[in-house]
Design a protein around this ligand. Sequence first.
Ligand SMILES: [Fe+2]
Length: 448
Amino acid sequence: MTTPTRAMALALLVLAATVLSLPTASLAVTSPYVRPPPRETLSLFKDDDADGQTPEQVHISMVGLDKMRVSWITDDDAPAIVEYGTTSGQYPFSATGSTTSYKYVFYHSGKIHDAVIGPLQPSTTYYYRCSSNPSREFSFRTPPATLPFKFVIVGDFGQTGWTDSTLKHIADADYDVLLLPGDLSYADFIQSRWDSYGRLVEPLASARPWMMTEGNHEIEKLPLVEPKPFKAYNARWRMPYDAGASPSGSNLYYSFDVAGGAVHVVMLGSYTDYGAGSAQLRWLRRDLAAVDRGRTAFVVALVHAPWYNSNEAHQGEGDAMRAAMEDLLYGARVDAVFAGHVHAYERFARVYNGKADPCGPVYVTIGDGGNREGLADKYVDPQPAISAFREASFGHGRLEVVNATHALWTWHRNDDDEPVVADQVWITSLAANPACNKNKNKICPLGL
Ligand SMILES: [Fe+2]
């Protein structure tokens, strides 16, 4: 791009940002769009695997800024080794991890392996194979070490025809990391459906890091029979709770950085203790206190049950957690909070304590991945003034952090299989807003 063209592009970007910057008292919109009914549940059976050592359900997740955890499953015993390199078919590097498995009532899982590879170069494609099995080669691209940075955000996936449609739309445009605010497989106690889900998402989840927190569908606790919650989720979708500047010690909540620390992502757990004196609250206080907003342009949080919600579904379910944690997020000038649980899309203005506040986070509900329970299409009427846009459709969101001050949020509706941009807004960094940082003492109301 020539210099004048680049200058013109930048001018247009700033103009667009000015025009589209989040209004604190935006016009509330309830979209009239009527969604078709939910689609049938998909079942992805395993390919023929004569030796029981073919890797499947392969997925990757970030471990720190320059390492990646590779997870996969084999039917039988197989080495927990990942071999990798930057040329297809050549694997000069390798790492050995560990293997686990679990039983759930009468179900016995396959051998669940994971290994952490790295250090890796940023923005680089790596080719890899698992358990030294030559039949399947995978590849992924590492995230960039600097801005811009592209997230896909979508919750409540499930495994239906609509999930498939959402996955295709996600794959249609490039991204660096996928963030999932809970409710993955909708296995709902039938453990083979976790395997089916792993196969469905493998093409995407083996190629880009998928980072998630838990939803209620991950609990799968059965009184007396299976008293331990999150058995399948914790075994299959291990997140980096023991890495980074503030290890949480729990797979149910953790944080990580991307883009060389320019963006800090906080994954909160709606279905573990979060109240006064809880380990999660103590960790969150520690985690947010360690964030240097001079270096970290954006802080975003994910949670399953939304703290702000004008849908009739799941009303009030996030209230207790909000009461416990909202001050901490507000004090740390968290820029945006993304939730799932409600099967619809809703974007709020910047909010704090129930009211529009220019220094509060933007709240978004994005629980519309395509699960079998269908959509939540009944809304509280009239639409609250703090609710900027709401619509009961399946879809996914994209957050592109363009630079240290601006991020573009876009919601893509799955409009009868065609992706349609139905909502878009610029989010400006609160760290870069002098009005929100006048009094440093006020930034940390709970003694961060
Ligand atoms: Fe949920």
